[in-house]
Design a protein around this ligand. Sequence first.
Ligand SMILES: Cc1cc2nc3c(=O)[nH]c(=O)nc-3n(C[C@H](O)[C@H](O)[C@H](O)COP(=O)(O)OP(=O)(O)OC[C@H]3O[C@@H](n4cnc5c(N)ncnc54)[C@H](O)[C@@H]3O)c2cc1C
Length: 388
Amino acid sequence: MYHPKIELFISQDEFDVYKMASEFAEKEIHPLASSIDKNEKIPKEVFNKLKEVGFMGVTTPEQYGGSGLNNVSLFLIQVAINRACAATGVTMSVHNSLVQGPINKFGSQFQKDKYLKILATGDEIGAYCLSEPTSGSDAGSLKTAAEKKNGVYILNGSKNFITNGNYADIFIIFARTIPDQSLGPKGISAFIVEKSYKGLSVGKNEKKLGIKGSSTTQIFLDSCEVPSENLLGVENEGFKIAMNTLDGGRIGIAAQAIGIALACLDESVKYSLQRTQFGKPIADHQAIKWKVADMATEIEAAFLMGIRAAKLKDMGVAHTKEASMAKLFASSIVNKHCTEAVQIHGGAGYLKDFSVERYFRDAKITEIYEGTSEVQHLVIARSILNIK
Ligand SMILES: Cc1cc2nc3c(=O)[nH]c(=O)nc-3n(C[C@H](O)[C@H](O)[C@H](O)COP(=O)(O)OP(=O)(O)OC[C@H]3O[C@@H](n4cnc5c(N)ncnc54)[C@H](O)[C@@H]3O)c2cc1C
């Protein structure tokens, strides 16, 4: 396995976590990745294994049952898990970054006591519901309504493409508390909604190109009653929570892209050393050498960008631009690397018998969710040019 030289840029504790996560992922998750893809389902045993090693509540404080690690450690764990199985990686990433992240940061004491404890132990799974059928990149134009009546909020609307839809018990849902659509992002609030609440229903699993083991569904809200104590953060300030949360989530998607890219490199090195054409291993042909060299170089750059963004988050420093840059770069290179990995495998790379076929399908999503690459360009440009 290829190991980027990162140890000088992280602490010994972080490196130990990465080593442990890499060994765990290789031994416990990697052997199941192909069947997870084929069956389009993550088996219970995988969730149980992630629970046992504390990966279902990586940054949640120990007092709530989490592992109490920092964001650099979360990034490194996510690289390791995604190197083994990207479907498992995103399932874990949403549960950690997009669900426990905002409850940790914006939740009331009641919410932390009630929800973090069951989420961090992995006893219940979380989902993050921002996108809707008519609002994706333009998330601030969402239409789901939350009307306050007799001390409860009544939610009506639908959410699209929700990761963990069919695994989740707890949903963070963004809805409009001021009905005036022209207000855009202003007038949106965040709620913690339990699956058991009357009026919430989950759609069927979408059929996808890749990350097939992850669950992606619609969520329907039909006069769903949410207690007022489940308002997350301040009323009408929910869009800030949504965007702040995505800063962390994007570091996770960068980690996913790096994990898949490392897996592409591992398979490309292995295959190119064993496959012989024209009397020598194909690794000995210059065209293949260059591909491998470019892959490793770009992975190392992406890795350092991801560590930087995670470190800034740990330091409490603004990291919106750096998280976007890390995701933009890593998702771009992994799509290039998957194409090269299939190419290095020749016809074999086109067959399901070889993992690079799955990596090729899994990689594409990293350029789409948690903000498309076009949206990352907008975020980065906005911070450089200082214009909206
Ligand atoms: C497998 C999967 C899992 C997902 N999981 C979740 C989840 O858990 N929670 C959640 O809330 N959402 C989730 N999403 C939704 C995802 O975040 C959106 O698909 C994504 O933000 C893009 O939105 P859209 O699909 O509506 O595309 P659109 O916004 O309609 O964009 C279509 C195209 O137009 C481009 N575009 C749009 N606006 C601009 C602009 N201003 N400038 C330049 N180009 C632009 C886009 O980049 C894209 O290429 C998931 C999606 C998928 C496919």
